[in-house]
Write a protein that binds this ligand. Structure first.
Ligand code: HEM
Length: 230
């Protein structure tokens, strides 16, 4: 515990923890997208509901995973803001001229907008969980074999027939791509992968991961909207 407390004191330690939490969050996104892609199976959402039922059947294991996920999200957001503020305090004005040392500059829109994209994504996650997990905005339930439950696939399908929801998801999914484009590469650099040969490879890998996750998530609302449902 004191190792973590020590790490939090230094800017390098904070960067390492931000990178680590970011990588675990990206792995969560890979797992979440893999499950969500079952919405494309043409069975009216049955496979997706079976997958969700399986997750719910894990009971306490799922709660533990969810608690870890919340801790990861909050730690990542807190560290991201604190690194930004510390940098800002050390240099209140941005460089007039920026010249990268060694290799082409990786400073671009994705890298300079991390705080804004991260904040919007965090707000999105809160609303998204309230909507799809806790059904706060549309709490209708259906009777399935005598048990009152939410038909999750139907819930998702109905939500993505609303053009405003689809527009908001499109915006946030693009933003997730922008955040990950810089985030994945930067996480590896923070974890020590700074090497003239490895850096360009990691930069390309980060871009591909960002593009695949962004397009993968984006495909779901667009597919449902264009087809008028599942
Ligand atoms: C089109 C894209 C997406 C769809 C259709 C979708 C769908 C869902 C659904 C149906 C649930 C509830 C699962 C359940 O109750 O078992 C859920 C939970 C969740 N989603 Fe998404 N999701 C999408 C994108 C995202 C993205 C991009 C993020 C993160 C940036 C995200 C983060 C979460 C989180 C944190 C939970 C709660 C997980 C838990 O507590 O078990 N989702 N999502």
């Amino acid at each position: 515990m004191s190792t973590i407390a020590n790490a939090l004191q230094s800017q390098v330690g904070r960067k390492i923890l931000t990178g680590l939490t970011g990588i675990f969050l990206t792995l969560f996104l890979v797992a979440h997208l893999s499950g969500n892609l079952s919405l494309f199976i043409p069975d009216g959402g049955e496979s997706f509901n079976l997958y969700a039922d399986f997750l719910h059947s894990l009971g306490p294991l799922l709660w533990i995973a969810e608690i870890i996920l919340v801790i990861l999200f909050l730690t990542h957001a807190y560290l991201g803001v604190s690194i930004y503020l510390k940098k800002k305090r050390a240099r209140p004005e941005n460089y007039k001229y920026y010249k990268s040392q060694g290799g082409p500059s990786k400073q671009n829109f994705a890298s300079t907008s991390m705080l804004i994209s991260g904040s919007i994504i965090l707000l999105f996650v809160v609303l998204h969980v309230m909507h799809f997990k806790y059904h706060l905005f549309s709490p209708e339930t259906y009777m399935v074999e005598g048990t009152e439950m939410v038909d999750l696939a139907r819930h998702v399908s109905e939500a993505f027939q609303n053009p405003w929801i689809v527009a908001a998801y499109t915006f946030v999914m693009v933003l997730i791509g922008v955040h990950l484009k810089h985030g994945v590469w930067s996480a590896f650099i923070s974890l020590g992968a700074k090497n003239p040969k490895l850096t360009p490879v990691l930069y390309t890998v980060g871009g591909i991961v960002a593009l695949l996750l962004s397009l993968g998530f984006l495909a779901i609302p667009l597919y449902i909207f264009i087809n008028g449902g599942l």
